[in-house]
Design a protein around this ligand. Structure first.
Ligand code: DON
Length: 600
């Protein structure tokens, strides 16, 4: 297995490790949620197969719902909703709270995407993805022989793009917020200044990165306990985690808005940090950073309207390609993860990731043929070599051909308010704790998002993804993403808010979770609990969570030359909300980590 691919799965493992405690308070007990659309019953000839990671049940509410990766952050979101804030107010507060309580992925030193649908049905997307610094260049991670210099795009100062999160939140709040900016930033200030009790996973995550932290940030004091030499600290569950420098940064953001991060003291500290570690980001880069409102991708799947993220994410295009490839097949009749169901899904995924590598990149720099890529005729042409008898060989699959077109650690949260406004946000530093650079005096982690560029054509990134010219590095360009924050409407009404971290596996996890509900009749929580699999064209194999496939499915797929690899870890950290037929909300959070839904 490719080394960087292995690294990716350790990132996932780490992501699982950075958050703990089972604070979910189920509103019903037992193994099923009472829901008028019914509860999915797994049917298979093998009674030992259990398709769910756990029996967690969803949280019910009628007035508001927040599902996020950390109980403290979900609680912040809920409090904002209860104080009269709308979904955007709550989302901004959750983004900032996660930057404090979930430093492995929550961030102000990273970026993300927001999909927003207001209760009148109008949809918006905000791209607050990081950008390459002005001094970045296409071959910046190659040596003189043209080989990739390992580690430079993933760790340390050179790995960071110009952060977008604070500008994104300021933009979202300016346009849609109801409460004041000071009100929505306050919970993060409090959590940083007064501290919060670490969960077991929080402690585990911090202990795991100790060596890196000290190597990359020698002699720096970033947490309150830094009166003790940092390499001697072992964090424990329940420790009060205070971040004094971060509290001051959050206060500057609170009092000055965008300028509290992109100008003045914070910008100066960040630029100084870059100089200290030979990074590229300058005060000029920070001042020039702006997030972008983009037209959402909206497309039909049966009676559903899928509202999702356009490029700079590949997620929306890829999700719709997959959904449309398999739309003609009777997945429900075949059954969940039966061999035929899985086979068509894998073949869809294979072709979609090949297209991703060829066509997708920052739309401000390259022309991405979005409507062609999701058009039924194009998809039909991509399916002609599908055969039931045998797996298609990925070596024979290239990106499709579009006439006139020349080739060239993350976290998700979902919020719905009492009026039915819905926010779906995925935000990231890329790997767990990003580049592991803590900005001296400002107390936050910087991203290692530059690795999401194709640092060299055909060379896999940390997620095993390869890319090409469309996603080559250029100054001020945004790196391609797989993040797939998505909202679904059913018959014109809000139906589902969905998303997850997981690098390249984000798109396939979102795809399966949606199908689990709308094709297999699962509740939202069951769909999240359900075990998952993933194929991404290259490497040519299907990875799956232990238990995702019955022996019969495994046998049938292997007979058709599919290479299957059982994971020892897990896929997805979904946080979703479903609107039930009676109008109530089902909040579903991933039982694979500390993810928590809170509703009222
Ligand atoms: O934008 C992307 O596609 C990646 N930077 C996401 C990274 C991620 O999901 C890591 N978390 N597990």
């Amino acid at each position: 297995m490719n080394q960087r691919f292995i690294l990716y799965f350790s990132v996932l493992l780490l992501a699982a490790g950075i958050n703990a405690c089972k604070t979910q308070s189920p509103t019903t007990s037992g193994t099923s949620v009472t829901q008028s659309q019914g509860v999915y019953q797994y049917r298979d000839e093998d009674p030992t197969v259990k398709p769910f990671f756990s029996d967690r049940v969803g949280v019910t509410g009628r007035n508001g719902m927040v599902a996020s990766a950390h109980p403290e952050a979900s609680q912040v979101g809920l409090s904002i909703l209860q104080a009269g804030g709308n979904a955007v107010d709550a989302a901004v507060a959750v983004q900032f709270a996660l930057a404090v309580v979930y430093p492995g992925a929550g961030n102000i030193g990273g970026g993300g995407f927001m999909v927003y649908r207001d209760n009148a049905g109008k949809a918006y997307t905000l791209d607050y993805r990081e950008k390459a610094p002005g001094k970045a260049s296409q071959n910046m991670y190659l040596d003189s022989a043209g080989n990739v210099r390992q580690g430079l795009s993933t760790s340390g100062h050179l790995a960071s793009g110009v952060p977008g999160s604070v500008d994104g939140m300021a933009e979202a709040h300016k346009r849609f917020g109801k409460l004041t900016w000071a009100q929505v930033v306050q919970p993060a200030v409090d959590l940083a200044a007064k501290g919060f009790a670490l969960t077991e996973r929080d402690a585990l995550g911090l202990n795991r990165i100790k060596t890196d932290l000290n190597t990359i940030n020698p002699g720096k004091s970033y947490f309150l306990k830094s009166t003790v030499p940092t390499d001697t600290i072992t964090w424990h569950k329940g420790d009060l985690f205070v971040q004094a420098d971060l509290a001051k940064t959050m206060q500057r953001i609170q009092s000055q808005g965008r300028a509290g991060f992109y100008e003045g003291e914070t910008a100066r500290l960040l630029a100084e940090e870059m100089v200290r570690g030979n990074g590229l980001i300058t005060e000029e880069d920070l001042k020039n950073y702006h997030s972008a409102w983009r037209e959402p991708i909206q497309a039909k799947y049966k009676e559903y309207n899928v509202i999702t993220m356009p490029p700079t994410s590949s997620g929306g295009v890829a999700l719709l390609q997959m959904m449309r490839f398999t739309e003609p097949y009777p997945l429900r009749r075949w059954g969940w993860n039966r061999d035929s169901t899985v086979q068509v899904m894998i073949e869809a995924e294979r072709r979609v990731y090949a297209d991703r590598a060829k066509f997708l990149g920052d739309p401000d720099f390259v022309k991405v043929p979005v409507s062609q890529l999701i058009s039924p005729d194009y998809l039909k042409s991509r399916w002609t070599d599908f055969s039931w008898a045998k797996a298609t060989d990925s070596r024979n699959v290239k990106g499709g051909s579009i006439p006139g077109y020349e080739s060239l650690e993350t976290t998700h949260f979902s919020v719905v308010d009492k009026d039915g406004n819905a926010v779906s946000i995925t935000t990231t530093l890329n790997g767990g704790y990003g580049s592991r650079v803590v900005v001296g005096g400002a107390g936050f982690f910087m991203n290692n998002e530059m690795d999401d560029f194709s640092v060299k054509p055909g060379v896999p990134n940390m997620f095993g993804l390869i890319g090409n010219q469309a996603n080559a590095i250029a100054p001020n360009k945004r790196m391609l993403s797989s993040m797939t924050p998505t909202i679904l409407e059913k018959n014109g009404k809000l139906f589902m808010v969905v998303g997850t971290p997981g690098g390249s596996t984000i798109i396939t996890s979102v795809y399966q979770t949606i199908l689990n509900v709308i094709e297999h009749g699962m509740t939202m929580q069951q769909a999240v609990n359900a075990l998952k699999f993933h194929h991404q064209w290259l490497p040519d194999k299907t990875i799956f969570e232990n238990g995702a496939f019955s022996d019969a499915t495994i046998q049938a797929l292997q007979n058709r030359s599919y290479v299957l690899e059982k994971l020892t870890n897990t896929l997805g950290r979904m946080d979703c909300v479903l609107i039930r037929p009676d109008g109530s909300y089902e909040g579903a959070s991933d039982p694979r980590a500390d993810n928590t839904a809170r509703g009222y």
